[in-house]
Ligand binder design. Structure first.
Ligand SMILES: [Zn+2]
Length: 408
């Protein structure tokens, strides 16, 4: 599903504010009426296109009964994005240039209000509903809040705020409780890539009749790490993303294929193009965000696959000529070793740091670290991947290793 519309709040990043009005930047949630099937519910909200139905089933799959039946007491996400209205006009509220689309959004909000589905007029509650699939604007990155008259006078940083809110949505419902805990990583920018995705699941392991797809596990750890970094005030760009997969608590993560890139592009099926897409995005983001005093780190996460069935532990690669890359790898390795020694004395840890000429590291401007989380074919390494608490532990340790590398 290609849904990449993102909304930013009226003010600069302010997570307290997000907690007060959690609905802005998320999908509208509603409960069905008695006797509702999905189609009636969608129709009530004038969501007639097939893509709305696909979105609905995918987003709400774990809340559906037999034959996709609905439960009256449950809340379902609709393909309607909740956005702030800046009190001026819809175009500057959402930063869209197309007058006709702005007009359609206005008509839609007026109609929803007159049908009493939306409690207040958007000019009163300053909330807009954007039926993005119905309007065919799901591929438009440019929907974001414009230069609203800010009560606080706070300077806006559109791109960053937009990205932060987008990330919170990516973390998923169960993990949406987000609280900035400190500012240790203020002015730090991270580019996180979960290897593979889209048409490429990465390496595949097998366990108890389940397929383990490399990308899924790398992505879950990546999201957990992203959240940790953001909690310390970092700006995080999640380069490969899948809005249908949040941080997941299941052991076996289903294969997907619906991953896209942060800029909304689909992932190429040609390997070299696929890699170039990512490095181009990282370099572009770096160029835009490389302000004075900012610090940047690229982290690409994979799960290795070897012919042998050997346990290989978490290991690291850096670009051959990058002393900085090597330093980061060693800090991460050191932290993981410390944690293993403390938590599982006598286990031993055989992780390594080595130089390797890898496309992503070679072709990106920021310093990069390439992580392999183990051997997806090995039964012991698999436990590190399939246990959600282990995935969280890896993310925590990587986070601590990063702090160590930055002397925090
Ligand atoms: Zn890989």
């Amino acid at each position: 599903m290609r849904i990449i519309i993102t909304i930013i709040s009226l003010f600069a990043i302010n997570f307290q504010l997000l907690c007060v009005s959690p609905e802005v930047g998320s999908y509208l949630k509603v409960s069905p009426r008695k006797g509702d099937a999905i189609i009636n519910l969608l129709k009530r909200y004038s969501l007639e296109g097939q893509s709305n139905m696909e979105f609905f089933i995918k987003r709400n799959s774990n809340l559906l009964g037999p034959q996709n039946g609905l439960f009256m007491h449950k809340e379902y996400e609709l393909p309607i994005l909740v956005a702030s209205f800046n009190g001026v006009n819809i175009r500057t509220s959402l930063n869209i240039s197309d007058y006709n689309i702005a007009k359609k959004i206005q008509d839609y909000n007026i109609s929803m209000h007159s049908k009493k589905l939306k409690k207040h007029d958007y000019r009163t509650d300053k909330i807009l509903w954007v039926p993005f699939l119905e309007l065919g604007i799901e591929n438009m990155m440019q929907i974001k809040q414009g230069d609203a008259p800010s009560k606080t006078g706070a300077k806006q940083d559109d791109a960053l705020s937009k990205n932060a809110i987008r990330n919170l949505a990516l973390f998923g419902d169960k993990s949406s409780a987000f609280k900035k805990t400190d500012s240790k990583l203020q002015d730090h920018i991270f580019y996180l890539i979960a290897g593979h995705g889209g048409p490429d699941p990465g390496a595949i392991g097998y366990r108890d009749g389940n397929e383990l797809h490399e990308h899924q596990y790398a992505y879950d750890v990546t999201l957990r790490l992203a959240k940790k970094l953001m909690e310390s005030g970092a700006e995080v760009f999640i380069i490969v993303q899948d809005e249908s997969d949040g941080i997941r608590e299941e052991k076996y993560l289903p294969k997907s294929g619906s991953e896209i890139l942060i800029n909304g592009d689909s992932i190429s099926s040609v390997q070299v193009t696929r890699l170039k897409q990512r490095t181009d995005i990282v370099n572009e983001l770096y160029r835009k965000n490389n302000k004075k005093g900012s610090k940047h780190l690229l982290i690409e996460t994979h799960v290795d696959s070897r012919i042998t069935d050997k346990r290989i532990d978490i290991f690291f690669y850096h670009q051959p000529d990058s002393d900085e890359g090597k330093r980061f790898c060693e800090a991460l390795l050191g932290t993981i070793k410390e944690k293993y020694d403390k938590n599982q004395p006598g286990r031993g840890y055989s992780g390594t740091v080595s130089a390797r000429n890898l496309y992503t590291l070679r072709n990106t401007t920021p310093v990069g670290v390439y992580i392999e989380l183990g051997n997806i074919q090995n039964a012991n390494d698999q436990i590190r991947l399939i246990e959600p608490s282990n995935r969280q532990a890896i993310a925590n340790w990587l986070y601590l290793g990063i702090l160590k590398a930055y002397n925090k």
